[in-house]
Design a protein around this ligand. Structure first.
Ligand SMILES: NC(=O)c1ccc[n+]([C@@H]2O[C@H](COP(=O)([O-])OP(=O)(O)OC[C@H]3O[C@@H](n4cnc5c(N)ncnc54)[C@H](OP(=O)(O)O)[C@@H]3O)[C@@H](O)[C@H]2O)c1
Length: 257
């Protein structure tokens, strides 16, 4: 397994490439694991790029049964997550994560810009005192079900739900219309599951921390399957982050939706 460290030279090249929106830049060593892992987020040869990331325990949990979700990932897992945030245009969470964890979704542990923060909140369950609304930075974009939302604001995106669900393809289309083309789906389990199940993920990063929790919610929720040959499989590379191990899975995104 390759060790994934990010030199300042490589990080600066990635930030330059992001700023130049895919234009020419001095390119570092293509064999550098850091370049292999992070450059797809900023190389705009594709019209858009969607990555999902889960930080979980060895036994696949993202919180204790009572909901304590802090410090599941080790320091290098958190650093990895902040690198992903710094390189994308937008980070998406479901309202369940806002209610459970009250996250900031900002970039704090690395140099780089904060992404536009997006909450999928069809029925308007986001608490009015959520840190995303009261903390530093511009307010998040909120994706609402048109049938359940009469409010109008620049920060609200109305979409039509089908059987109560908003299509990940339409969510990505609405973000692309606002110039947000590279997207990190950060959780939780149901949100990532919906994107993965509808074929709207290019990459899935699962960062595993060597702790065992024993019970509690899983990081990914998909419809039940009967046989293992129905399991989602994808080409996978593994990297030693230091405190955590990264599984980098490459899916074939359904760009037609
Ligand atoms: N370790 C990690 O990497 C990580 C990261 C993030 C979160 N988490 C954990 O994940 C847990 C929360 O996960 P969760 O699955 O319960 O909640 P979630 O995925 O954050 O939010 C799910 C809710 O968001 C809305 N939603 C998301 N996608 C939708 C779609 N396509 N169409 C319509 N509505 C959609 C729905 O809201 P309505 O119910 O209002 O319809 C849905 O119930 C927490 O325990 C948190 O700690 C872990």
């Amino acid at each position: 397994m390759q060790r994934l460290t990010v030199s300042d030279k490589t990080w600066q090249a990635l930030l330059r490439l992001k700023r130049s929106a895919g234009g020419a830049t001095a390119e570092p060593d293509r064999d550098d694991p850091a370049w292999q892992v992070y450059s797809p987020l900023v190389c705009r040869s594709r019209s858009s790029f969607v990555i999902a990331q889960v930080g979980q325990s060895l036994d696949g949990r993202v919180a204790t049964a009572s909901g304590d979700a802090r410090d599941i990932s080790g320091p290098d897992g958190i650093l990895h997550l902040h690198r992903l945030r710094a390189l994308v245009d937008a980070v998406i969470v479901g309202v369940g994560t806002v209610v459970a964890d009250d996250p900031q979704l900002t970039v704090r542990d690395v140099e780089g810009p904060c992404p536009v923060r997006v909450v999928i909140d069809p029925a308007g369950r986001m608490p009015s005192d959520a840190g995303l609304l009261s903390g530093k930075g511009p307010p998040p974009l909120v994706i609402r079900d048109r049938a359940k939302c009469r409010d109008a604001a620049d920060t609200i995106i109305h979409l039509d739900a089908i059987d109560g669900r908003l299509s990940p393809h339409s969510i990505l289309g609405a973000l692309a219309a606002r110039g947000l083309h590279s997207v990190l789906v950060e959780g939780g389990a149901n949100t990532i599951g919906a994107f993965l199940n509808s074929g709207q993920i290019d990459r899935l990063h699962v960062a595993i921390s060597p702790i065992v929790i024993g019970s509690g919610p899983a990081g990914l929720n998909l419809p039940a399957i009967e046989r293992l040959d129905q399991a989602l499989r994808a080409p996978c590379k593994t990297y030693d982050l230091g405190s955590d191990v990264l599984f980098d899975l490459e899916y074939r995104r359904d760009r037609g939706g």
